[in-house]
Write a protein that binds this ligand. Structure first.
Ligand SMILES: CCCC(=O)SCCNC(=O)CCNC(=O)[C@H](O)C(C)(C)COP(=O)(O)OP(=O)(O)OC[C@H]1O[C@@H](n2cnc3c(N)ncnc32)[C@H](O)[C@@H]1OP(=O)(O)O
Length: 307
C-alpha cells in the first residue's frame, strides 16, 4: 500500500516540522534578544566554535534531578567558546525534559567556574563580538533561569567573574567550606554582561550588589549566607559528598509529581518577572493545568490533614 506509506511519511514529516517550529518559537519566547536587537547569532556561534576545549555534561536522574557539570578543570572550569555553545544545547535539552523537577550545576575538580576563558576573551575583544557574546550568554542564562526546574548552583572552590554570574541564574546557591563567590569584573575593566548584575540586585538588593561589584569583594560562605546569596553552607568539601548533600537539600523541594513542582516554579517565575496583572493571569493559566489534575484528584480522595 504505497499511498498509505507515503501518507504516513508525509504526516510524520509534518509533525516533525510542527514540533521543530514550536520548539524554535518557544526558544525565541524564552530568549531576550533576536535580530531586531542587532543580535547576530550565527556569526557569534561561528566565532565561539573556534575556541574549543572542555565540555558541559548533563545527566538526568530518575528522581527528576538533572546534574549539569562544567568540565574544564585545567582552566578552573573557565568557559571556552565551545562550552558556551554546549551550554545552549544542554539548556534546550532541559527545556524538552518533561519529567524534570530540579537541576544542580557544579564544576568538575572541586571548583565552580572562573568565568570566560581569557584566551577567547582576548581574541573577541572587539565591540561587535563582545555585544554578540553578551547577548548569546544572556539568552542562554535567561532560558536557564526560566526552566520549570528548581535550580541550585553548588559552589565549591571559586565562582569568579562569569562563574559568579552563572550562580545568579540559579534559584539557589549552596556553598561548601572554603569556597568563594567573587564578581571580579571591575578588575578586568568590566561590568557583568551575562545578566549577573540585574539578577544580583534581585537577590541581595541594590545596595549590597553595588558593594559587591564596586569592591570586587570576596564572598565566603558565611558572608554569602548573611547577604541571602547562599541558602546554606554544606559540610562536605569533596565532590561526591557535596553533590550528595546538594541532592538531599534539593529533594526537600522536588518531592512530589513533576506537574506540580514545575507549576510551582512557573508561578514564581511569573511573579518575579512580570507586572502584577500579567503575573496573576499567568498564575491563573498555570493553576488551570493542576486543578482537577491527577495529583489534585488523588489528594481529594486521600483527604490529607496538614497538621
Ligand atoms: C562577562 C564575563 C566576563 C568574565 O568572566 S571576566 C572574569 C574572567 N575570569 C578571570 O579573570 C579569572 C582569572 N583567574 C584567576 O583569577 C585565578 O586563576 C582563579 C580563578 C582565582 C584561580 O586561582 P588559583 O586557584 O590560584 O588557580 P590558577 O590561577 O593557578 O589557575 C589554574 C590555571 O587555570 C587558568 N585559568 C584560570 N582562570 C582562567 C580563565 N578565566 N581563563 C583562562 N585560564 C584561566 C590559569 O591561568 C592557570 O593556568 P596555568 O597553570 O597558568 O597555565
Amino acid at each position: 500500500m504505497p499511498s498509505t506509506v507515503t501518507e504516513m511519511a508525509i504526516s510524520l514529516w509534518k509533525n516533525l516540522l510542527q514540533t521543530t517550529k514550536e520548539r524554535l518559537l518557544q526558544q525565541r519566547r524564552m530568549s531576550l534578544y533576536n535580530g531586531a536587537h542587532g543580535y547576530e547569532e550565527e556569526l557569534i556561534k561561528k566565532k565561539l566554535q573556534q575556541f574549543a576545549g572542555g565540555s558541559i555534561n548533563l545527566s538526568k536522574e530518575d528522581n527528576g534531578i538533572g546534574i549539569l557539570t562544567l568540565n574544564n578543570p585545567k582552566l578552573m572550569n573557565a568557559f571556552t567558546g565551545t562550552m558556551m555553545l554546549e551550554l545552549q544545547e544542554r539548556v534546550t535539552e532541559l527545556e524538552n525534559w518533561k519529567d524534570g523537577k530540579g537541576l544542580i550545576i557544579y564544576g568538575a575538580g572541586n571548583t565552580f567556574c572562573s568565568g570566560s576563558d581569557l584566551n577567547a576573551v582576548k581574541a573577541i575583544s572587539n565591540s561587535q563580538d563582545g555585544m554578540n557574546m553578551c547577548m548569546f550568554m544572556q539568552n542562554t542564562l535567561t532560558r536557564l533561569m526560566r526552566l520549570p526546574l528548581i535550580s541550585v548552583a553548588l559552589v565549591q572552590g571559586k565562582a569568579v567573574g562569569g562563574g559568579a554570574e552563572l550562580t545568579t541564574a540559579c534559584d539557589f546557591r549552596l556553598m561548601t567550606p572554603g569556597s568563594e563567590i567573587r564578581f571580579v569584573h571591575k578588575h578586568m575593566g568590566l561590568v557583568p554582561g551575562w545578566g549577573g548584575a540585574a539578577r544580583l540586585v534581585g537577590i541581595v538588593g541594590s545596595g549590597a550588589a553595588l558593594r559587591l561589584l564596586s569592591g570586587a569583594a570576596r564572598l565566603d560562605p558565611e558572608s554569602a549566607l548573611r547577604l541571602g546569596l547562599s541558602e546554606e553552607t554544606l559540610s562536605s568539601s569533596d565532590e561526591t559528598g557535596a553533590l550528595e548533600e546538594a541532592r538531599a537539600w534539593l529533594s526537600g523541594y522536588t518531592e512530589g509529581p513533576a506537574s506540580v513542582i514545575r507549576a510551582v516554579k512557573e508561578v514564581v517565575t511569573a511573579g518575579r518577572e512580570l507586572p502584577v496583572e500579567a503575573a496573576l493571569r499567568r498564575e491563573k493559566d498555570v493553576f488551570g493545568t493542576v486543578w482537577g489534575g491527577p495529583a489534585n484528584l488523588q489528594a481529594l480522595v486521600r483527604r490529607p490533614k496538614h497538621k
